[in-house]
Design a protein around this ligand. Structure first.
Ligand code: HEC
Ligand code: HEC
Length: 440
């Protein structure tokens, strides 16, 4: 079943896409180099048990399948006009992202969402910013068919094309014992993705017992992360799941700048129906309509999920700039300023988002701590990006609102229309009861 998206909803995205296609043509995919190779399992901090639990019984890892999946991941023939591979938007040299605010697919078209990294994605409980795919296999089915990503018309056409390439035909026969199917194609790709493991960071070595693995400033940042910054309440770390995410969905006020939440939610319900909306239909709304800002709501149709997105893992952040689901923040300091002022208020803001009262020195400590979550092979690249962002942050802080961060804008003060998680002067952030603040 297909549903037509009203043209007004697409007008913004279409205008953007036209402008973009005039500005630049789609680049050929990168060639696989050392950064694309499967990663070792013996990294410090590697969650060996979790790894075993996370390999699906019906898709075991084998070297031949991984090699096939790697070839498919880099092959632009999986797209309608042979221009876009998975690796265009998930470039191993850029930490498996494209380092663009939102991604460019076939015909130079842009979507509405920022491309997350494939590194450690095998540990996500659900895939995508809104969790609309349960597994890496189910995830890979969607971009191949999305009109602004790889643009293939249907699975049959993909299978016929792969089947017409002699080497692939032989490999599928050898590995799966049959001619290529859509299910086998995504299984091979997912097997390759499950080799992209990135631990072995200074933080992992610190937690493993080396007290000198991180600096004094990074230790201060870790304390703020767990305390006044309240980051740990969503970006939880523990030795079994050392991934800095609660695997839940929260509205932290990122898409509230453009808040058309209520009309968008009504329009989405009208299109999808209360119970429905097939996977590909939701995928199109998420990637290429203005309803993208509804986030998790598109999947669950629950009002409390309006504007909610998945808590992202915080490893290797200095490879995956810019930040948030819409790529709206240029530097880590911008994301910290966003949290420090209590997010952007909207009717669905999570109760855990409150002004934090962090000084700029404390924000610097947090940023330094986040650098310590970089895996060793990427450290040099990340340090260069950290230095670039640090420099920008000395002069350009569009999200900074010190008065809001310090609780000096009271509940009835200018700019606060409702009881949305602001703290009064002199109150410690941790004393505020999130249950009293609205949100979920
Ligand atoms: C045109 C750019 C583009 C192409 C091509 C593309 N992706 Fe993505 N990918 C994205 C964007 C954007 C998202 C986030 C979309 C969302 O969450 O709604 C994403 C999400 C993902 C995720 C989820 C990660 C997470 O943390 O939730 C995985 C895994 C992934 N892509 C793998 C692939 C694979 C495999 C292919 C090829 C079959 C592919 N992508 C093709 C842009 C792209
Ligand atoms: C209420 C839960 C919650 C709290 C508290 C929280 N986060 Fe987040 N974080 C999220 C969610 C949800 C997202 C994705 C939001 C989006 O893009 O709309 C996110 C995204 C991020 C990102 C961007 C990641 C990326 O790949 O683009 C960074 C960086 C980040 N958080 C750091 C922090 C830090 C540092 C703190 C503490 C100051 C913190 N977060 C507190 C839930 C939370």
């Amino acid at each position: 079943m297909t549903v037509r998206i009203p043209s007004v909803m697409l007008a913004g995205a279409a205008a953007l896409a036209v402008a973009a296609s005039l500005a630049r043509a789609t680049m050929p995919p990168p060639k696989p180099d050392a950064s694309a190779a499967p990663k070792p399992l013996n990294q410090t901090g590697f969650p060996a048990k979790l790894y075993q639990w996370s390999i699906p019984a019906d898709n075991p890892q084998t070297p031949a399948k991984v090699a096939l999946g790697k070839a498919l991941f880099f092959d632009d023939r999986l797209s309608v006009d042979n221009t876009v591979a998975c690796a265009n938007c998930h470039d191993p040299g850029k930490g498996f992202t494209d380092e663009l605010p939102t991604s460019m697919g076939v015909h130079g078209k842009f979507g509405q969402r920022n491309a997350p990294t494939v590194l450690n994605s095998m540990f996500n409980i659900e895939q995508f910013w809104d969790g609309r795919a349960p597994t890496l296999e189910a995830q890979a089915e969607q971009p191949i068919l999305n009109p602004v990503e790889m643009g293939m018309p249907d699975p049959r056409t993909v299978v016929n094309k792969v089947n017409s390439i002699a080497e692939y035909k032989a490999e599928f026969q050898r590995i799966f014992g049959e001619a290529p199917t859509y299910g086998d194609i995504v299984k091979a790709i997912a097997a390759y993705e499950r080799t992209q493991l990135a631990f072995d960071s200074p933080f992992d070595r610190y937690m493993n017992g080396d007290p000198n693995a991180i600096t004094a400033q990074q230790k201060r940042g870790w304390a703020i992360f767990n305390g006044q910054g309240r980051c740990m309440s969503c970006h939880g770390w523990n030795p079994t799941r050392p991934l800095f995410t609660d695997d839940r969905f929260h509205n932290i006020g990122v898409s509230a700048h453009s808040a058309q939440f209520v009309p968008h939610a009504r329009a989405a319900l009208a299109l999808l129906g209360k119970g429905g909306g097939g996977a590909l239909q939701i995928d199109q709304l998420a990637i290429s309509s203005d309803m993208s800002d509804l986030g998790r709501f598109l999947v669950t149709k629950q009002p409390h999920d309006i504007g909610a997105f998945r808590t992202m893992d915080l490893r290797n952040l200095f490879l995956t700039e810019p930040y948030f689901h819409d790529g709206s923040q240029t530097t880590i300091w911008d994301t910290l300023d966003h949290y420090n002022k209590g997010g952007v208020q909207n009717p669905y803001l999570d109760g855990g988002i409150v002004p934090l009262g962090l000084s700029e020195a404390q924000e610097d400590d947090l940023a330094a701590f986040l650098l310590s979550l970089t895996s060793q092979p990427y450290m040099q690249q990340a340090q260069a990006e950290y230095a670039r962002q640090f420099k920008i942050s000395r002069t350009t802080r569009p999200q900074r609102d010190t008065a809001a961060a310090m609780g000096l804008k009271g509940r009835n003060g200018p700019g606060f229309a409702g009881p949305f998680g602001d703290i009064g002067p002199g109150q410690a952030a941790m004393q505020e009861n999130p249950a009293l603040l609205g949100g979920d």
